[in-house]
Design a protein around this ligand. Sequence first.
Ligand code: SF4
Length: 242
Amino acid sequence: MPSLNDRDMVRLQAEEFESASLREILGWAWETFGERAAFGTSFQGAGLVAMHTAYTNGFRFPVFTIDTGLLFPETLELKTQIESRLGFTIESLHPEQTVTEQAAELGPELWKSKPDLCCSLRKVIPLQKKLASLDVWITGLRRQQNDTRENIRIVELYHFDVLRDRYIIKLNPMASWSRDQVQAYIREHDFPVNALAARGYRSIGCQPCTRPVADGESERAGRWTGFDKSECGIHTFLGSNI
Ligand code: SF4
C-alpha cells in the first residue's frame, strides 16, 4: 500500500489518472485499499455511475450517505431502488440531534438563519466521524458542476483535525465527466435516478435548501437560494488539500 502521507505519490497518481478510464481508477482503489475505501453518495447522477461501474466490475466498496432528516421522499425512495438494483445496503449517517431536538436547542428552521451551522451539525460532523475510519473517500464530484469544483483533481490528499497525524485520500473518479456523459451512461444502463430530476431539480440535497433550476443556470444554482453559499461544507472543510 502506498503511504497515505506521500504527497509525491498522490500528485503523480492524479496526473496519471487524467488519461485513465473510470474502471481503471476504481480498480486501483479496490486493489490498493479494498474496503478501507468507501463511496459517499447523495445519489446524484455521477456518483451513481461510479457506483454502478464499481459493482459491475466486482469492486464492492462500502457505500454511505448522510441522512440529515430533511431529505426528499424521492431521494429516500431512490436509495431503496439502488440497494435493490445493486444488491447491497447503503449505510445512513445521522446527525447527533433530530431536527426537532435541534430546533428546541437552537431555534426552528436553523437553515433559514444559520445555514452554515445547520450544515455543520447535520452533514459535516457526521461525515468527519465516518471518514476517520477510512483511508479513501470516493465521491461523484465533477469539475463542470460549479466554479467551486472546476479545479478538483482525481486524487487529492487531505488532512483535518479529527485524523490527527494521518491523511486520507479523496478520490474523484468522475472529475472529468460532463453532465451529458453521465446522463448517457444512466440511459444506456437503465439505472434509476431521482424522480425530482424530471421536475427540473439538478443538484438535490435537503428539502428546505433545494429548488429546481432554469435552463442556463449552473447545476448547483438551486441550492441555498438567497444565501451566499454554494457548498454545504463537506467538500470544503478539509484543511490540507495538496
Ligand atoms: S442543506 Fe440546508 S437543511 Fe440541509 S443541513 Fe444544510 S442548511 Fe441544513
